[in-house]
Design a binder for this molecule. Structure first.
Ligand code: SF4
Length: 351
């Protein structure tokens, strides 16, 4: 069974060379070709003998996902792409430029099983998890399309990364390692809806990835309505796990809080959130709801968002209010794939 090249770490290439009786510098040449030169085809790696190139092509294919759709570029330069994997399954990835730097949002699964209320990705359920090389492939495919690498990676696209833990972590190690794409751990963010065992496991990995947790509500009753994951791992388990992650890694958790008019944006919600986070090492990112057809909720008036922000800041909680980038690019999670799916099969059921 071929072992895709983009899933392999430097130690794997060293083992490959050892097993093949090759000098160790070949592993360095391979990694340089893959990630510094971004060859895309083993035949282009002419520093290697032809027989070795043939063997690599047979045993370690270089397969990249194929671009099948792309949103129009928004005024802010945000582009969302739909990528097709070798088996025909499709995921979204988003290219987000700002101030000369680029953040790429990658997917970890085809669809998602977590069913958060205001997310289009969960509408079709989880079809399958992505393999590590497919996740790295999202980055390589966009590097090819745009002629440059992103500065930051956020695993915030389709899927719950901790429901695909091993593949996601392997992919992030390839992106992070010096002989891979060399993207610093602090420039890589994992976003979870609150899968506590994943947070606990990551805390013990000895890595320093940033962690962002979708909170969206300050109490269990409301959060369980919006995010079914809360019924399995309620706030009383989630927040201590986040605290432990910070203690183990020194990384401060960012809590994402989507503001929905009348649902979770009232002053009482702000006060409940303050009670929840006061004394914790935490940052809050407030996101006014991006209206999606799949969720019956409205964007709060800007003044309400500012009042919510102000309440948290006055309580000493580090908080930012994000404008939703890429609305024009269908950038809310899952929408481009859903649109394509509907074009093929008709509309998905609404919740
Ligand atoms: S927000 Fe994330 S975890 Fe929740 S359904 Fe969407 S993709 Fe899944």
């Amino acid at each position: 069974m071929p072992d895709p090249a983009y899933a392999l770490l430097p130690a794997d290439w060293a083992a490959f060379c050892k097993e093949a009786g090759l000098p160790t510098f070949r592993a360095k040449q391979i990694l340089h070709g893959l990630y510094a030169d971004r060859i895309g085809d083993w035949r282009a790696l002419t520093t290697l003998p032809p027989a070795l190139r043939d063997r690599l092509a047979a045993e370690h294919p270089l397969t990249l996902p194929r671009e099948v759709d792309r949103s129009p570029t928004g005024p802010d330069g945000v582009v969302k792409m739909l990528l097709e994997m070798a088996d025909g399954e499709r995921v979204e990835t988003v290219w987000i430029p700002a101030d000369g730097r680029v953040t790429q949002c990658v997917s970890s699964q085809v669809g998602c099983a977590m069913h958060c209320a205001f997310c289009a990705s969960g509408q079709l359920g989880c079809v399958r998890s992505l393999a590590a090389d497919e996740i790295v492939g999202e980055v390589m495919a966009l590097a090819k399309a745009f002629g440059r690498l992103p500065n930051n990676i956020v695993v915030m696209g389709m899927g719950e990364p901790f429901m695909n833990y091993d593949a996601v972590l392997r992919a992030l190690r390839v992106l992070n390692c010096q002989q891979g794409l060399n993207i610093g751990a602090r420039h890589i963010t994992l976003s979870t809806c609150g899968v506590v065992p994943g947070i606990e496991r990551l805390a013990g990995e000895g890595v320093q990835f940033e962690l962002s947790v979708s909170l969206h509500a300050p109490d269990d009753a409301l959060r369980s309505r919006l995010m079914p994951v809360n019924r399995r791992w309620p706030l009383g388990e989630l927040l201590p796990a986040c605290d432990a992650y910070t203690a183990a890694t020194g990384r401060i958790i960012t809590y994402e809080y989507t503001l929905v008019h009348g649902l979770n944006d009232r002053p009482a919600h702000a006060q409940a959130l303050i009670r929840l986070l006061r004394g914790r090492k935490a940052r809050v990112n407030l996101i006014p709801l991006s209206p999606v057809a799949e969720f019956d909720g409205r964007t709060p008036p800007h003044a309400d968002c500012l009042a919510f922000l102000d309440a948290l800041l006055k309580a000493g909680i580090h908080t930012t209010l994000r404008r939703s980038r890429g609305r024009q690019a269908d950038a809310a999670c899952g929408q481009l794939r859903l649109r394509n799916q509907e074009a093929k099969h008709g509309p998905a059921t609404q919740v």
